[in-house]
Design a protein around this ligand. Sequence first.
Ligand code: ADP
Length: 401
Amino acid sequence: MKILIINSGSSSLKYQVINYEAREVLCVGLCERIGIDDPSMTHKLSDGKTFKGNMDFKTHRDAVFAMVEKLTSEEYGVIKELDEISAVGHRVLHGGEEFTAPALVTDEVKQAIRKCFAWGPLHNPANLTGIEVCEEIMPGIPQVAIFDTAFHQTMPAEAFIYALPYRYYEELGIRRYGFHGTSHMYVSQQAVELLGGEAEGTRIITCHLGNGSSFAAVKDGKCVDTSMGLTPLAGIAMGTRCGDIDPAIVPYIMKAENLTPDEIDHIMNKESGVRGVSGVSSDFRDLAATAAEGNERSKLALDMFVYQGRKIIASYAAALGGVDAIVFTAGIGENDTDTRARMLENLEFMGVEVDRSKNDGLRAKVADISKDGSKVRVFVIPTNEELSIAIQTVELLGLDK
Ligand code: ADP
């Protein structure tokens, strides 16, 4: 059974075809700069054979046509006919309170995704476009929407309500939603397996550390708190996002520099985080290299990231009433051995003990990096959002039965 996974962004379209039974990725593709200058496409097969070229994409529709052409082509194809695709799973950023689980796309579901445009203004319209173009080009193939916010919908009100006048929640839907839900769900489920397979009774903290970073507290397999908020700007300082700051800073800077809401939004999303502090880069490899050369602000940016993450982990241990496992995933969590080990320093009082000989040098594979006998297990678990989307799609449609 072949499942197509689509993740459309404002000017991009990423896709994978997964051979479901074998959990095998048959091809990975990326259409970039759709509707802007120099659009291009990369399409890579599992044996490494790759198409890479400039394209003439004006719209997402053009990109979906190009994807279909490659998927079925003699040279780069993985299928002969489109009807070999059993279902399409679409990543959708924001599902608001409407979606607590994957949804088979219908007119009502599309309407509900439209209702969430206000909270995901850059992503949701692109996600819906991807769905609509696929519906048009692949009639009869079921389309499933998988929401980044859905896993977090089990949070209790005390964790998701902001201390603003309650009417903002009631009238504008302002609350914590959380993101990276597919990743937090996937790695927490893997951690449950490593802990013995029974979700009931487990307390897990998942740390998704990438360009965007977020944490989740997962009890009995369900999310009870997460660090991102109404938008993915909240929580820890990230590559270019500021994370949690004193909210009074926003009007203060706007007045001081006479900025519009869009301008301050841009500063907080694109010019802040570890890049803003270091003035060097948003990439942790660059920060580590320059810190090692003596760049004090790169060192400060790394220290801040580690310190803020440690505080979130400790606060989630309190939210969970203890912790059985801490999981690291995504670009930094899987690869930056120093950052993840340092984030857990000072947490020995909670029973967290990292074995540096297991941690150092370990990249992008499943491992337990805690000391033998550590009360809290520390896992590195590579995330696989596409596989998780495929699994959720197949399960929702009952195709595995
Ligand atoms: P995204 O959130 O865009 O999916 P990723 O999860 O791919 O991002 O994470 C990308 C980030 O991971 C990079 O910006 C970089 O900071 C970090 N990263 C990737 N590989 C390494 C490495 N070997 N050492 C340190 N950091 C790394």
